[in-house]
Design a protein around this ligand. Structure first.
Ligand code: P6P
Length: 336
């Protein structure tokens, strides 16, 4: 409408990345900025493909009606190829580790100085029923630019990551990103193809929510069982019972995104989630947003994975809740 103020102070992902580069503690070459921009482009492509997924089965990738659904490549394979090709194209990556590839990918010419670990389409088993899915990524700098890159450049604690984030393909396409100076969120504007800054310096909300797959309760240890009991039957405080809500999507990006914005605790105690490209990036984001992330016994980011696809139990979210779980683990271990 004519009287609607046209915003001119919009911040795009690209302009934000460049602004963050100016803040970086050591003189920045712009390589990380280029890498993050390429990740943004890859997520736009993946968003495009994911949103057409159902239609692709009918109209096919070429727009020609096809009756066999098998011509539609599996979305996670396609997402993986998009991610690898766009990152290779920057000439700034030396090592790529993908949930879809058993071995690390080493890029020799041109060789960049960064290692990117990623799950190109996490939760893809949920796509057929329309549940939000996402891309998760984390970035390390090579430990030593003069020596030949190896898996030792990525089998490192999460504390050594220089950037991490995810892109969620939900009701809208939202990227949450940190490079150590807080968490900022960008929403994809489908009209311009730009990621626009919509969530500045995100801090965890304060809602009492617990998120876990109770179908695994038979395998939970006593600390988890005791924690769950305490949130289901919370003791009254000043005569009021602080009721918790249960929320579980079953897609990590969706469950973590809700936890980041609303607060609460997300738990996967039985070691299904992968350390490098699921637990570390989400833990980096949680800490930057004022939350916490733990294995139950130690800070998740202090873990050193012993192989590329190593898994860990994880508890992340509101500091108060995560610390309750850690106290219960200490009590359980002391009683042994
Ligand atoms: P479950 C999706 O398959 C995934 O890897 C994560 O995105 C999600 O948090 C978890 O597994 C869900 O596992 O056992 O509850 O279905």
């Amino acid at each position: 409408s004519p009287n609607e103020e046209l915003r001119t102070d919009i911040v795009t992902l690209t302009s934000h990345i460049i602004a963050q580069q100016q803040l970086s503690p050591k003189p920045a070459t712009g390589d990380l900025s280029l890498l993050l921009s390429a990740i943004g482009s890859a997520c736009k492509w993946i968003s495009n493909v994911v949103r057409k997924a159902e239609l692709l089965k009918v109209i096919g990738a070429t727009g020609v009606t096809n009756v066999q659904a098998e011509t539609v490549q599996k979305l996670d394979i396609l997402s993986n190829e998009i991610f690898i090709n766009l990152l290779k194209g920057t000439g700034r990556a030396a090592v790529l580790v993908s949930e879809e590839n058993e071995e690390a990918i080493f890029i020799d010419t041109p060789r960049g100085h960064y290692c990117v670990v990623f799950d190109p389409l996490d939760g893809s088993s949920n796509i057929d029923c329309g549940v939000s899915v996402g891309t998760i990524f984390g970035i390390y700098e090579l430990r030593d630019r003069s020596s030949k890159p190896s898996v030792k450049d990525v089998l490192r604690p999460g504390t050594e990551m220089v950037a991490a984030g995810y892109c969620m393909y939900g009701s809208s396409t939202i990227m949450m990103l940190t490079s150590g100076q807080g968490v900022d969120g960008f929403t994809l504007d489908p009209n311009t193809g730009e990621f626009l800054l919509t969530h500045k310096q995100v801090k965890l909300g304060k809602k009492k929510i617990y998120s876990i797959n109770e179908g695994n309760a038979h395998a939970f240890d006593d600390a988890v069982k005791e924690y769950l009991h305490s949130v289901k039957f919370p003791p009254a405080v000043n005569g009021k019972v602080p009721a918790y809500s249960a929320r579980y999507v079953g897609s990590m990006v969706a469950d973590v995104h809700r936890t980041l914005l609303y607060g609460g605790i997300f738990m996967y105690p039985t070691g299904k989630l992968r350390i490098l490209y699921e637990c570390f990036p989400m833990s980096f984001l949680m800490e930057q947003a004022g939350g916490k992330s733990s294995t139950g016994r130690i800070r998740m980011l202090d873990v050193v994975p012993d192989n590329l696809h190593a898994r860990a139990g994880i508890f992340l979210g509101t500091t108060e809740e995560v610390e309750k779980v850690e106290a219960l683990y200490r009590k359980m271990d002391a009683a042994k």
